[in-house]
Design a protein around this ligand. Structure first.
Ligand code: MG
Length: 245
């Protein structure tokens, strides 16, 4: 069931989103050569709590951390730990915040030091595809319009969209209906004012197929290609998409 939010509920999600955006800004500033990924996890806890929120991911379906940290060929659900970031890595940081009963969910991919031109192009294409998808998130459009815009943007730049994982509704639950695929689906649910969606293109520089790491969480590209991930939580208000986080 798709849950449509009231203006009051969206106002709470707006506050929740501000916390998450501040947390991600802080993380982006901390990404540098030599930092351990577990340090970024600790920062999420500190930065979220001091703003009155709670990290959404810890223990969600058993996930063991507060932040997903996915490096290079890791696409999503990387687990922070003793790994140290190195010059030329690209690192995807995906976090969620719970505030007054509502979640927001967002992700960025950041280069560590100087990255290759190919990596730069991949990151730019992924971020650009998120904007292209959000531009289609309008009242009376369909979820498939978002999906199609993302796929077209990514593939026209020579990259491929991950198909086995999708965006989703978000609100009182971290994952709500509808699924928001990153590849063209046929129409799909109608978009309406009050819908809140996490739109999140995951993009590979090579094949779109994935494999699961031995930890049973981390999702990697099947062929070892670099991957990038950007995500915003949006609300459809007054017919248009408003970025909440
Ligand atoms: Mg998400």
């Amino acid at each position: 069931m798709i849950v449509v939010k009231s203006a009051e509920e969206i106002a709470i999600m707006r506050q929740c989103g501000r916390i998450l955006m501040a947390v991600l800004d802080r993380l982006r500033a901390e990404v540098k050569v030599g930092i351990k990924t577990c340090r970024l996890d600790t920062l999420v806890v500190e930065e979220t709590k001091k703003r009155g929120g709670k990290p959404s991911f810890k223990n969600y379906r058993g996930f063991p951390a507060h932040l997903c940290v996915s490096v290079n060929d890791e696409i999503v659900h990387g687990i922070p730990g003793e790994r140290t970031l190195e010059e030329g890595d690209i690192v995807s940081l995906d976090a969620g915040v719970l505030f007054e009963g509502f979640h927001t969910d967002a992700a960025i991919t950041v280069g560590v030091g100087k990255i290759s031109q190919r990596a730069e192009q991949l990151v730019a294409a992924t971020e650009g595809s998120l904007s292209a998808g959000i531009a289609e998130a309008k009242c009376n459009a369909h979820v498939g319009d978002i999906s199609g815009a993302i796929q077209e943007y990514v593939e026209s730049r020579g990259f491929s969209v991950i198909r086995e994982y999708t965006g989703h509704g978000v609100g009182r639950e971290l994952h709500e209906e509808p699924a928001v695929p990153n590849f063209a689906s046929n129409g799909g649910p109608l978009l309406r004012n009050g819908m809140t969606l996490a739109i999140e293109p995951m993009v590979s520089a090579g094949a779109w197929r994935t494999r699961l790491a031995a930890n049973l969480w981390t999702v990697l590209t099947s062929d070892g290609s670099l991957a990038a991930h950007f995500e915003h939580t949006i609300a459809i208000t007054d017919g248009e998409a408003e970025i909440l986080a």
